[in-house]
Design a binder for this molecule. Structure first.
Ligand code: IDP
Ligand code: MG
Length: 162
């Protein structure tokens, strides 16, 4: 099934100049970029984007995450492709860089551990966000993009992808 999913290159990914490398991986895997913008996140927007995090984690982790995502501009991208949601999650890798497999974006470009981050109240600088499932993807795409900001076009290699 053709799916759409939202990714964010978080402030550390932008500041470390990893935008090109990260986007290449998705383009190379045949995922189509159908929307893209650079934006600062404010507190209210962070809460909307991470609406379930307060229930899943404690207040301290949420505040830390909210600060992290507001450290600098983020790049928001909508990717489209067959089974895009789970494929992109696999390419992104585990939440905690120290646990993320080599070959994944988080595994290849970051290494902080959850324990270290929590002990020193540091961010888990894991470079990228990706929608977890269909419900989150829908919510996040609607939050970040209007219909007019999402584009339809054909990639020249598209016949290889189906
Ligand atoms: P995900 O980004 O892999 O989907 P989630 O559990 O949805 O992981 O958590 C959202 C974000 O919250 C993570 O990407 C990370 O930046 C931050 N986070 C998660 N757990 C911790 C933690 O234990 N300490 C600090 N930050 C955390
Ligand atoms: Mg998540």
């Amino acid at each position: 099934m053709i799916e759409q999913t939202l990714i964010l290159i978080k402030p550390d990914g932008v500041q470390r100049a990893l935008i090109g490398k990260i986007l290449s991986r998705f383009e190379d895997a045949g995922l189509k970029i159908i929307g893209m913008k650079m934006q600062w996140v404010d507190e209210e927007f962070a809460e909307k984007h991470y609406k379930d995090i307060k229930e899943r984690y404690d207040e301290k982790i949420f505040n830390n995450l909210s600060e992290y995502i507001r450290e600098g501009p983020v790049l928001a991208i909508v990717l489209e492709g067959v089974s895009a949601i789970p494929i992109v999650r696999k390419m992104v890798g585990s939440t905690y860089p120290s646990e993320a497999q080599p070959g994944t974006i988080r595994g290849d470009y970051s290494h902080i551990s959850k324990e270290h981050a929590n002990k020193h109240n540091k961010k888990v600088g894991n470079l990228i966000h990706a929608s977890a499932d269909e419900k989150d993807a829908k919510h996040e795409i609607n939050l970040w993009f209007t219909k007019e900001e999402l584009h339809t076009y054909t990639r020249t290699d598209e016949f290889h992808l189906v």
